[in-house]
Structure formats: structure tokens, C-alpha cells
Design a protein around this ligand. Structure first.
Ligand SMILES: Cc1cc2nc3c(=O)[nH]c(=O)nc-3n(C[C@H](O)[C@H](O)[C@H](O)COP(=O)(O)OP(=O)(O)OC[C@H]3O[C@@H](n4cnc5c(N)ncnc54)[C@H](O)[C@@H]3O)c2cc1C
Length: 511
């Protein structure tokens, strides 16, 4: 069997038959199989928007040697009676527990929220009736923060190729579309994610893993840097090692960890608003037309130097998506974005955020605890004005001028918007940077000023970071690991899941 990799350009609405015949013609072969290895959209020339494919072709008519199989994640098998508690069923906690359980450890995975179906019901009620559920929301509940999301699987993290492959293979086995293995910008959509999260839990439980819902880690009992036990819903739970993956919304858990002596430093993070446009505006700006057969919805990613000190950039763009009320606590108000696999909603949204250090917001150096207090106060401030979970919002031109002229702010946000001077609600340093950024974005995306800014976006990454030693342990502890987005080292589904895999593998290979 011979092998060759070819690069071919295909029209946006190509079919498998078209690709097959193109490969036959390009390579002058008749009997062959093929597999796409890479696929990205080239939209630089609006009159010739096409896919660029990298395809591996296998045939007796080819001479090239078969490729070496890329290195796989080899999970060692251990014989042990050790019990491990993993807190948080988001990507980091799930993959950590999954790998440890596969290796032979007895793991218990807990989440303060409910299973994904009950969580879905709570979210529906919140968006229909405005009744907030502190256990089940866009941040908390089975599958973690990204379950009700666009499910973008891109990551800028380096040195995670083995982990990434393992995660994508696991997702595909749990029902994710196979294309996530080769697309340059893969995404899952909330509909796929809900199904996959259920299937992943089933697989974990079939391995012998124990999953406990509506079980909150309230406290740790620590002696001389050794965690003796955890308090779950005020009941004691013993384990040998403790992995905590609480995400970066769990302020109560962060505060408990700080009180227990876990060391954190403050770090740069970003805040701003969600911007929203009719998807057609984005399609026209990116493609020169309202739609292209074979393509879902156009994406964008824009960056700016901001005011020179605070970079401004779009983040977590959701084509054809919905702006959602993403608060984890009652009486605070923040937004985020999600979409379904088809990405066929009327609007497009993305965060528009400015990077900043917590100390700069306060005008002095702050501790980790103060950085959390400061962020929580801002999130409460956005609740106080409407007195509910409606999102304060304004048009982009009104934001730029600092004058509220438009009082009707349409959009996808399910709980409704309230016309409000966002430039008075966000910190002045953020406003200045965002204004410069938005001016730049206007020159990059035609029709950009037709959009609006909605709510507070404060969860692009954590303002604090745990101090971990080389073995991944929390500094000063012998059996406590803080992983995923809550540790402050990752941001996004893939990098957080990879941190969970890496933490488990490091644990397995250093014992
Ligand atoms: C609406 C939305 C859309 C997003 N879209 C994308 C996207 O398209 N692509 C992308 O890469 N990223 C996206 N993200 C970010 C992504 O979801 C996170 O980066 C990722 O989920 C972090 O994984 P994690 O496992 O570290 O933490 P999380 O996913 O936050 O999981 C933490 C889990 O811990 C549980 N928990 C917290 N405290 C406790 C406790 N004390 N006891 C028990 N359980 C606890 C929570 O209930 C939660 O389930 C999105 C986030 C949101 C909110």
C-alpha cells in the first residue's frame, strides 16, 4: 500500500464525490481511500472563497511509504487501592478523573450542579421566567462552563498535541462530529455538547468511576500541608489525593482555598462587553455576500492595540449564536455567548474586551482575595442598575459618543436588554481602551457600527493564578492539585481539558 498527502482547493459546497474525483485526477489513480487531515477556509479573495484541504491518500498505485503513526497518549495501568477525589465535572476535572480511572485508581468526581438534563431544564426556566438556580446555570452543573456554548475547540496552548488528540478522539467516541479531528476551526455547538457530556459520563461510570451531583466541596481539612479530608455538603469525605477543577466562577471555592493556605498571585485578565450584529452584516463583511452554499456563518477575530497600554480584542466569537446570561451567583449580572451546531441564528456575537491587571483597576497592588472582591462588585453593579437579569446595553455609536440615543436595543439575549450608559458602568480605563479598539474594528469590518454592546463580559480568564510546583501540586501541599481554568493557567475547553489530562499523567508517572 502506498501513500501520498496532497493539498487541494475545493469549492465551498463540494461533496465527497467531487473530492474523490479530484484526487483521482490529481494523482492519476483509480483505486484508493482517503482521509482529510486538515481543512480551512480561504476567504481572502471574496470572489474565490474556497476550502483548502490536506488529504492523505492510500493506494497500491502510489509509491510513498505509509506514515508513522503519531505518538499516542499511553495511560499506564497501576495496581492501587488509592482513592482520589476530583472536584468539578468541567473539561479539566472530567478528563483528570477519566484518565486516573482508566489507569486503575478509584476516583470520585463531584459537581455542585446537577446532571446535564436537569441543568438544561433549569437554564430553560431561567431564560423563560427569570428564576435563577444557583446550582445549575451557565457556569455550574455537569460538563462545566462550556457545555452550553459554541463549543469552539481551538487553543493556542503549546505542547499539548498528544493530549489534544486524546481529547478529540474521546469526544468523537462520545458523539462529536468526526470533522473536529481536522477542521482548522472546529466547533461542537450546545446540541452536540449536551449529548456528549451524557455519553462521557456513561463511559466514565462504566470504567468504575463514581459521579456525585449536587455535591459541593465546602471545605478542606488540612494538617501540615496534607489534605486529610474534604467536606462535601458539610459531610466528611476521605481520599488520598485531591484534584480541584472548579472553573473561575466559583468565588466561594476560591475564597475557601485562599483561607486554607493555597497561594495565588494576581495576573492580567480582560473585561468588557459582548458585541452583537446581525449575522448577515458579518457575512457581507467577510464574504461580500449574505451567504454561501456549503458554509454556515462567517466568523471574525479582531485585535487592536487599544489605548496603547491595554490591548482590545474580540474573544469567543459565536457565529449565528445567542448572548446568554452567564452569572453563577444570584444578584450578579454577566453575559457570554453560545450557539448550536448549525450556527444558523439571526445574530453573531463576540466578547469585546480590554486586557488589564487587577492592581491597575484598583489603583494599587491587590491581593488575590481583593481581586475577586473587585470583580464580584463589578458583576453586582451590573445587576443593581436593572434590578434583575436584563442586560444593560447600548448601540456602538452611542457608546463611542457617550450619549444614550437608542433606547430600543434588539438582540438575541433571552431575558431582554435595558438601554443603559455602559460607559458609566464599566471602569473608565476599560472604556477608553474599548473606544480605541472599536474605532479600529470599524475600519476592519464593514457595517461594524450597526452593532450593539451588551452587558458585562468578565469571564474570559481568571484574574488570579495558583502557585503550583513542578509536580503540579499547590505550593506547600503534598496531595492537593488545582487544575483547569480555576488554576489560572488555562482558558477554554481544550486547554483546560489538556491541563486535566496532563495533571493525571504527571501523577501517574511520578508515583
Ligand atoms: C457560555 C460560555 C461559552 C463558552 N464558550 C467556549 C467555547 O466556545 N470554546 C472554549 O474553548 N471555551 C468556551 N468557554 C470557556 C470554557 O467553558 C472554559 O474555559 C472551560 O469550561 C473551563 O474548564 P474547567 O474544567 O477548568 O472549568 P469549568 O468548565 O468551569 O468547570 C468547573 C465545574 O466545577 C464545578 N464546581 C465549582 N465549584 C465547585 C465546588 N466547590 N464543589 C463541586 N463542584 C464545583 C462547577 O459546577 C463546574 O461544573 C465558554 C464558557 C461559557 C460560560
Amino acid at each position: 500500500m502506498g501513500y501520498q498527502v496532497v493539498s487541494v482547493n475545493m469549492p465551498a459546497d463540494y461533496t465527497d464525490e467531487m473530492l474523490h474525483s479530484r484526487l483521482a485526477k490529481t494523482l492519476h489513480i483509480r483505486q484508493f481511500t482517503w482521509q482529510i487531515e486538515g481543512k480551512s477556509l480561504d476567504a481572502r479573495n471574496k470572489r474565490n472563497i474556497h476550502w483548502v484541504l490536506r488529504v492523505a491518500v492510500f493506494s497500491d498505485e502510489l509509491r510513498g511509504k505509509l506514515p508513522e503513526i503519531p505518538e499516542k497518549l499511553e495511560i499506564p495501568h497501576v495496581k492501587t487501592s488509592m482513592h482520589i477525589l476530583v472536584t468539578g465535572s468541567g473539561p479539566a476535572g472530567f478528563f483528570c478523573a477519566f484518565v486516573l480511572q482508566k489507569a486503575g485508581y478509584q476516583t470520585t468526581l463531584i459537581d455542585r450542579g446537577s446532571d446535564v438534563l436537569k441543568r438544561n431544564q433549569s437554564l430553560n426556566r431561567f431564560e423563560r421566567e427569570g428564576i435563577f438556580d444557583p446550582l445549575n446555570n451557565y457556569a455550574f452543573g455537569e460538563g462545566g462552563a462550556g457545555t452550553f456554548s459554541d463549543g469552539k475547540l481551538t487553543s493556542r496552548s503549546k505542547h499539548i498535541s498528544r493530549e489534544r488528540r486524546f481529547i478529540l478522539d474521546t469526544y468523537i467516541a462520545a458523539g462529536a462530529p468526526k470533522e473536529i479531528a481536522y477542521l482548522a476551526h472546529p466547533h461542537l455547538g450546545t446540541d452536540n455538547l449536551i449529548r456528549m457530556v451524557k455519553n462521557l459520563r456513561k463511559e466514565y461510570e462504566e470504567l468504575g468511576g463514581k459521579m456525585l451531583f449536587e455535591t459541593c466541596l465546602d471545605n478542606l481539612i488540612v494538617k501540615n500541608g496534607n489534605v486529610l479530608s474534604a467536606e462535601l455538603n458539610a459531610e466528611s469525605f476521605d481520599a488520598d489525593s485531591f484534584f480541584i477543577a472548579p472553573g473561575h466562577s466559583a468565588y466561594d471555592t476560591y475564597r475557601m482555598l485562599i483561607r486554607k493556605g493555597v497561594l495565588f498571585r494576581t495576573k492580567n485578565f480582560a473585561i468588557g462587553s459582548r458585541m452583537e450584529h446581525p449575522q448577515e452584516v458579518i457575512n457581507r463583511a467577510q464574504w461580500g455576500m449574505s451567504g454561501i452554499p456549503g458554509l454556515k456563518a462567517a466568523e471574525y477575530r479582531v485585535t487592536s492595540q487599544g489605548d496603547g497600554k491595554h490591548p482590545v480584542y474580540s474573544f469567543c466569537m459565536c457565529p449565528g449564536g445567542i448572548v446568554v446570561p452567564a452569572t453563577a451567583y444570584a444578584h450578579t449580572n454577566i453575559v457570554n455567548g453560545m450557539s448550536y451546531y448549525k450556527r444558523d441564528g439571526y445574530y453573531a456575537n463576540a466578547a469585546c474586551v480590554a486586557g488589564i491587571h487587577p492592581g491597575e483597576l484598583a489603583g494599587r497592588e491587590v491581593t488575590a482575595m481583593e481581586a475577586l472582591d473587585q470583580l464580584e462588585a463589578l458583576e453586582s453593579h451590573f445587576y443593581t442598575l436593572p434590578g434583575c437579569y436584563r442586560a444593560p446595553a447600548c448601540s456602538i455609536p452611542d457608546f463611542m459618543d457617550g450619549t444614550l440615543r437608542n433606547t430600543n436595543i434588539p438582540g438575541s439575549y433571552p431575558l431582554g436588554t435595558l438601554a443603559a450608559p455602559l460607559w458609566e458602568l464599566l471602569p473608565p480605563v476599560i472604556i477608553n481602551a474599548m473606544k480605541s479598539g472599536l474605532r479600529d474594528f470599524k475600519s476592519k469590518i464593514k457595517g461594524f457600527e450597526s452593532g450593539q454592546l451588551i452587558g458585562l463580559e468578565s469571564k474570559t480568564s481568571s484574574p488570579i493564578q495558583a502557585i503550583r510546583n513542578e509536580g503540579g501540586l499547590c505550593e506547600g501541599f503534598s496531595n492537593l492539585y488545582l487544575i483547569g481554568e480555576g488554576s489560572g493557567y488555562t482558558g477554554g475547553i481544550i486547554s483546560s481539558a489538556a491541563d486535566g489530562v496532563k495533571a493525571a499523567m504527571r501523577f501517574l508517572t511520578t508515583r
